[in-house]
Structures are given as C-alpha cells and as structure tokens.
Write a protein of this length. Sequence first.
Length: 107
Amino acid sequence: HASAERALSGPGFAHLGAAGAAGPDAMFMALLAGFAGNAALATGAQGGVFLAGNILNQRRSALNAAFHARFCAKGRFRAWLEAVPLRLITLAEPGLAGLARLAAQAA
C-alpha cells in the first residue's frame, strides 16, 4: 500500500519506474488527476486547483484533455469539476516567492 502523498512525490515517481510500471509517466499523471479531482471535491475548490512541482513542470504537455477528463471523472460531480480551473505553478520556488511577498506586505 502507498498513500497518495507518497505515490505523487518525486521518490514515489521513481518507484513507479523501478517497479517496472508500464508507462510510469502516464500512471503518475492518471493518479494525480484522480487525486486532484478528489481533493477539489473534498475542499470545495471552486476557485481552482493549483498544481506545482518539478515532475509536472517537466511534463507540461501531459496536463492535457485526458488529464482533465480523469480529473472530472467523478460521476454526478462531473459538471461541478468541469467548472474548476486547473493551473500549473511554474515558479521554481513558489513557497519562497510567497514568503517574500508576505514579508514585503508586512514591512
């Protein structure tokens, strides 16, 4: 058993390839899309789901219609999820950028 947090991390991605998974990129993206859809439903993320990380930034083309379809594949909640924007954060260190902005506002 592996948690979503473990499977959808850099080390988890490496394990997909090491386990001999056919198409670890496709498997990773499918797992992420399903998890992101569940997270959006669980949190009511109408304002959007923001994805980040090196794995995604190196595979931007995989954030495509198939990814969105998997994200929205939640039965009767499909229409609700279709209205939720998906965005990719491309900054290398988004946490540091956020802290810098917060510090500037506090000064």
